[in-house]
Design a protein around this ligand. Structure first.
Ligand SMILES: C[S@@+](CC[C@H](N)C(=O)[O-])C[C@H]1O[C@@H](n2cnc3c(N)ncnc32)[C@H](O)[C@@H]1O
Length: 334
């Protein structure tokens, strides 16, 4: 729907929905605050309704997923509560990322949602961390690369590398192209549980770790730590769980339903980083509730391109199937 008022017949012509059905549907949408009826009988979209428009930078993708794959997952809430297993997996027989690999529409909806989330978090992250010294910023699980492009736009001397799994990397590449950053930013398709590129000065993990339960989260963090050259930093960026926030409990439960994971407090993220062998700094809190924790890999002994093995890694045996961390130079940019 256009923002200007449209008569019901005009909306019918655009949507193919009969006027008789619209004259019952639109009043219901008005009750929800999504459209507003004008005195002349036309309808306009409210600011709330505008968030559902298809444009990038909206909640359109989130709404599609909520009404379809996520909705199905919530129907398995009892299974999730009783077993601690992901309701999404119980309902659909695979995880969200595997399903996105099979369903391009789902991947596109997810990419749009990540664009919305990262665009909102960007100013907080830029206020919380100075990237001036970073020559190469590596964003792991970069989503559609909106955050990385925003950082590169602010720091024109920095280069970027977005690492994403197969269903999302094309969306990241599209964002990089749209931003005109092809010459400064590469996109690599990879599984960060198995391989993380070395050569970065700053590594970002934003809104990735909250998708994983503790053991898997620590495993990913160790893989990142193993790849990081001496002197580099990891920025762990997550929405801080705050029980005083009226949406905190629902957000946390959503992580349980979708991923069998959890939201965490800044102290809990700090502890995870320590468990994975990092030396984290004090958490920094942004005005939007984002928490950024810079961390150095205290076992890093290598220069970019070396093959580091952490000393004194007391974290137990390597998990089955975990490939040796790769320490490839950032060949895409060279
Ligand atoms: C919640 S999203 C966050 C995306 C982005 N960092 C942001 O904040 O907009 C988590 C991202 O992790 C990616 N991801 C999940 N598992 C991955 C894996 N094994 N390797 C690489 N990326 C992965 C997903 O594709 C998804 O884009």
């Amino acid at each position: 729907m256009a923002e200007d008022g449209l008569p019901v017949a005009g909306i019918s012509a655009r949507t193919g929905i009969p006027v008789s059905a619209l004259s019952r549907y639109l009043p219901a949408l008005e009750e929800l605050g999504i459209v507003q009826r004008e005195p002349d009988g036309t309808y306009r979209v409210t600011p709330l309704g505008r968030l559902l428009r298809r444009d990038t930078g909206s909640l359109h993708g989130q709404a599609l997923m909520a009404g379809d794959e996520y909705y199905g997952a919530w129907q398995e809430l009892d299974h999730c509560l009783l077993t601690g297993e992901s309701a999404f997996h119980a309902r659909h027989g695979s995880g969200l990322w595997e399903m996105a690999a099979r369903k391009p529409d789902l991947a596109a909806s997810f990419a749009r949602t990540m664009r919305w989330n990262s665009a909102r978090a960007l100013s907080d992250i830029l206020a919380l961390y100075d990237f001036t010294a970073a020559r190469l910023v590596v964003d792991l699980g970069a989503g559609d690369a909106t955050l990385l492009c925003g950082v590169l736009a602010r720091y024109p001397k920095a280069r970027g590398l977005a690492v994403e799994q197969g269903s999302m990397s094309a969306h990241a590449a599209a964002t990089v192209r749209e931003a005109g950053l092809d010459q400064r930013c590469a996109v690599r398709t990879d599984d960060i549980r198995r391989a993380v590129p070395s050569g970065g000065d700053v590594y970002i993990l934003k809104s990735v770790i909250h998708n994983w339960p503790d053991a898997a989260a620590v495993d990913i963090l160790r893989t990142v730590r193993d790849a990081m050259p001496a002197g580099s930093q990891l920025l762990l960026v997550e929405k801080a769980h705050d029980s005083a926030d009226p949406q905190a409990a629902l957000r946390d439960l959503t992580m349980m339903v979708l991923f069998a994971s959890q939201d965490r407090t800044p102290a809990e993220y700090h502890a995870l980083l320590t468990r994975a062998g990092f030396t984290p700094s004090a958490p920094r809190l942004g005005s939007s509730g984002m928490c950024l924790i810079p961390a150095t890999a205290d076992n890093a002994r290598c220069e970019p391109g070396d093959q580091p093995r952490p000393e004194g890694d007391s974290g137990g045996p390597e998990p089955a199937g975990r490939a040796p961390t790769t320490h490839r130079e950032n060949e895409e940019l060279e």
